[in-house]
Design a protein around this ligand. Structure first.
Ligand SMILES: Cc1ncc(COP(=O)(O)O)c(C=O)c1O
Length: 426
């Protein structure tokens, strides 16, 4: 679908354009495999000489339609769905880093990503240096080494809600000849399009607002097509030199701007296989069809709730970048003028124990691990998602031990506030 359409139209229409007599709604291609007439036809697919489907671990039409919609929303050239956001983050790095390589990463990121990068990928021989995203360009640059292959950050970090200065990060990455990879899960492309600010690759946990209904775990990697891999060929041999597992094909030569996603699909997905099931991507697509309606409602409600909390005497502190006194207010206004996301964090006077009592007293706002759902929900990261981190690591990731993460849903704001109020009074 042509790129000139506005996001609202892309949410509804992009990805699936039925021809005469085909289903109006994106079908679920619930098939592991696809039929060909001759052996030669299939052989050409295996050599990447023709494009087409042969096995769902590599590509599936339902998944491809949804990936194309997300690519269009982000303004990218190509995208690949994955089984989860974790898989998307792993593949995004592993596509350009191998044992002996290094990357630099903002310390303000989701706890699962922190663990993936800081522990599991280290076991594979890929080293990471975490940096304070608010540090100066010189300080962040000092973390780069000759074997550094990428810079990574989250547009709005989960759960510390720090806003990434994308332009600053892009400048730093490009001055070292590496791409900037941005996890854009929280704002979604409805509120922020990191490619417009210089990011090269965008990743998503589609599990969150994109699905929006808490039905399907999934992820996505989108390539802007803007990073010139060949200009830094010595850093990216996987993309710029022949792949022996594909008969000596060189991805940048054969696929141009599609090189990064083609390699991720043809090589990583082939070998590691973390695909999104077509059933899940069908549900994800239904979520995407209303993303442009849900995001503004999440943001309006979160703004009202944040304002309410910031005036309540039982509340010790509130962190929401839509509040004018927030440290990240001006960055949020720059990168997300129409609203950021529906997630707020706050602490109560009395600390950790009072926070837990408050959460236990909520009525319809549910305690769940999830975030960015149509239904309001709440979590205490220090006891739940981030419990594997030490207190020092918690503070480094911007997570205070008393922090309550409130994911404001799309219900009526007055009802959400009333539930919070009765729990505060309890
Ligand atoms: C910003 C961010 N990135 C990645 C992930 C991981 O995604 P998933 O749970 O889909 O694996 C999460 C999960 O909460 C997240 O919040």
């Amino acid at each position: 679908m042509a790129k000139q359409f506005k996001p609202e139209t892309l949410c509804v229409q992009a990805g699936w354009t039925p021809k005469k007599g085909e289903p109006r709604v994106l079908p679920i291609y619930q098939s592991t495999t696809f039929k060909y007439d001759t052996s030669e036809q299939m052989a050409r697919l295996f050599d990447l000489e023709d494009s087409g489907y042969f096995y769902t671990r590599l590509q599936n039409p339902t998944n491809d339609a949804v990936a194309a919609k997300i690519a269009a929303l982000e303004g990218g050239v190509a995208a690949m769905l994955t089984s989860s956001g974790q898989a998307a983050n792993f593949y995004a790095i592993f596509n350009i880093c191998q044992a002996g390589d290094h990357f630099v990463c903002s310390s303000a990121i989701y706890g699962g990503t922190f663990n993936l990068f800081g522990v599991t990928m280290k076991k594979l021989g890929i080293d990471v240096t975490f940096v304070n995203p608010d540090a100066s360009e010189e300080e962040i640059s000092a973390a780069f080494k000759p074997n550094t292959k990428a810079l990574f950050g989250e547009t709005i970090s989960n759960p510390s809600l720090e806003v990434l200065d994308i332009e600053k990060f892009a400048r730093i990455a490009h001055s070292h000849g590496v791409p900037l990879i941005v996890d854009n899960t929280f704002p979604t492309p409805i509120n922020c399009r990191p490619f417009e600010w210089g990011a090269d690759i965008v990743v998503h946990s589609t599990t969150k607002y994109m699905d929006g209904h808490a039905t399907s775990v999934g992820g996505c990697i989108v390539d802007s097509g803007n990073f010139d891999w060949d200009a830094h060929a010595e850093k990216f041999p996987g993309l710029c030199t022949p792949d022996e597992s594909y008969h000596g094909l060189t991805y940048t030569k054969a696929f141009g701007k599609g090189a990064y996603i083609t390699k991720a699909t043809a090589q990583l997905m082939r070998d590691l296989g973390s695909i999104q099931s077509p059933q899940n991507s069908f549900l994800l697509n239904l979520g995407l069809e209303t993303l442009h309606l849900r995001m503004p409602q999440h943001c309006r409600n979160a703004q009202k709730v944040a304002e309410y909390l910031s005036k309540n005497e039982k509340v010790a502190w509130v962190n929401y970048c839509g509040l004018p006194d927030n440290k990240y207010y001006s960055l949020a206004q720059k990168y997300m003028p129409n609203g950021s996301c529906g997630v707020i964090s706050f602490g109560l006077k009395g600390g950790r124990d009072v926070s837990i009592k408050f959460m236990d007293s909520l009525e319809f706002i549910a305690i769940v691990t999830h975030v960015a759902d149509a239904r309001s929900c709440v979590l205490h990261p220090a006891s739940h998602t981030h419990r594997q981190l030490t207190d020092e690591q918690l503070m480094e990731a911007g997570v205070r031990p008393d922090l309550i993460r409130l994911s404001v849903g799309i219900e009526n704001a007055d009802d959400i506030i009333a539930d919070i109020e009765q729990a505060l009074n309890a």
